[in-house]
Design a protein around this ligand. Sequence first.
Ligand code: GAP
Length: 535
Amino acid sequence: MEMEKLVSLCKRRGFMFQSSEIYGGINGFWDYGPLGVELKRNIKDAWWRDMVTGHDDLAQLPGAPAAYEMTGLDCTIIMHPQVWKCSGHYDLFHDYMVDCRESKKRYRHDQIQGRWVEAKGKKIFATAGSDSESPEADLERQALKFFGMRSKNADELKWDGPLVSLTTVDDFEQVLGPDAKSLGSLTPPREFNLMFKTTIGALGGDSDAAFLRPETAQGIFVNFKNVVDSSRVRVPFGIAQVGKSFRNEITPRNFTFRSREFEQMEIEFFCHPDSSQDWYTYWRQRRFQWYQDMGLDKGKLILREHHPEELAHYSIGTADIEYAFPFLPEGEYGELEGIAHRGDFDLRSHMEGKLDPNTNPMTVELNEEGKPKHRGSGKDLSYRDDLSGERFVPHVVEPSAGADRAMLAFLCEAFTEDEAPDDKGKMQTRTLMKLHPRIAPIKAAIFPLVKKDGMPEMAQDIYRTLKKEWNVFYDEKGAVGRRYRRQDEAGTPFCITVDGDSMQDQTVTIRHRDTLDQWRVKADDLSDELRKLIG
Ligand code: GAP
């Protein structure tokens, strides 16, 4: 699938627009249009329903070590700044970036790639930025230009070694920046915190600084005690939250894949340390299956286990659910969701002060004066099991998903072109969005075949009845074939047509978006039929 076709359909049909587009847009921010808002809402609702409200607290689900409870929270975006100090985001949540003094552009250090190349007795490190589609070709062009050579002499360039990241190069004096003409224009890498800073109140001093949350998870940790004290949940249980997160990504890209404002759907699952490994295994499988149930092709999904050396020692494991997004090179996958075993790091950090993840067992990180570098809340966040009497700090398994990433994957998966006959029976290329009926923005479209003979009246009655339960759409304008095509592009799974026979026998046709099958049902049975079809 060509990504450009999907991007253009998303704009044309109102799934997504660039934020502030009339002012030229703002990089890394996206708006959801009339169809997009419904699709994204349906994804979040399906997640909430499947993980939280629809969860059977009494049953032991297949693969789960025990029955468990689920509940939810909705926390603020701006929280006490100490939250981010204890969570580690204040000290550790950064990327390294380099600036080009010549082009004034900024790049992520690890995303600049290049090769050593020699000509005319001089050796340089030629580079290409992360947006380069063919880095090798770009490097050759750049090197030829730098050495003042013509393309027919390209074989005089002596390349040394493969394409490597700029992180392998120490001496920046030999580096030719991706958009520079002279050597040594890149600054040394500098830390760049990804949290958006803001100010609370009118004075605006340093003590009023706050941050937009970079993840929803911390709101759950700091409310752990509130939830335990105010509800009757018992460990093991999970708290879910859906909401906006903000990261000042240096290189937002690939449509909404890496945005600066996005939504997360996170669960913090609290369990006894002895069973945390089993819960980790359960959640990996549970979440991996969810994407397939919602329509992603298993062949395009992988569950990638992090290497042991990537893990903090307190973590038994982290696995990413990844999808073969069409904008990635063949064989590469992009992260949809991470499932992390976080041990007791978060609850203990918020109690005692930020722990040093490099200590074993973990101890509070100290400053030069030997005091906690970041003070904790001092509140007791341990849990007492009222049946066994045992008191312990629960371990956490965290399935953390992105609503925008999930939506992008569903859109990529859904985009389809096939051949279908038009009104005159001639085969035409048809574009359709094969969205799962549960997440499709519009569940059914209702058409009178023609605007006369009582058909519009009957179709409007059907529309009003179905509208009580679903987002359905009424359309009487233009040829019926054109109306079908518009709904195919919007991802509407079913079209209901009122025709001449309907006036006689009170039946209507239902047309299936993907198979083009059509069948008749009694108008009175439509709600039951749709309920079965949507699932
Ligand atoms: N609490 C853990 C956490 O936030 P993460 O891997 O940084 O973990 C979880 O983020 C999920 O949030 C990712 O798998 C992705 O789906 C989504 N996400 C993260 N950064 C994003 C961005 N810049 N744009 C869109 N989605 C993002």
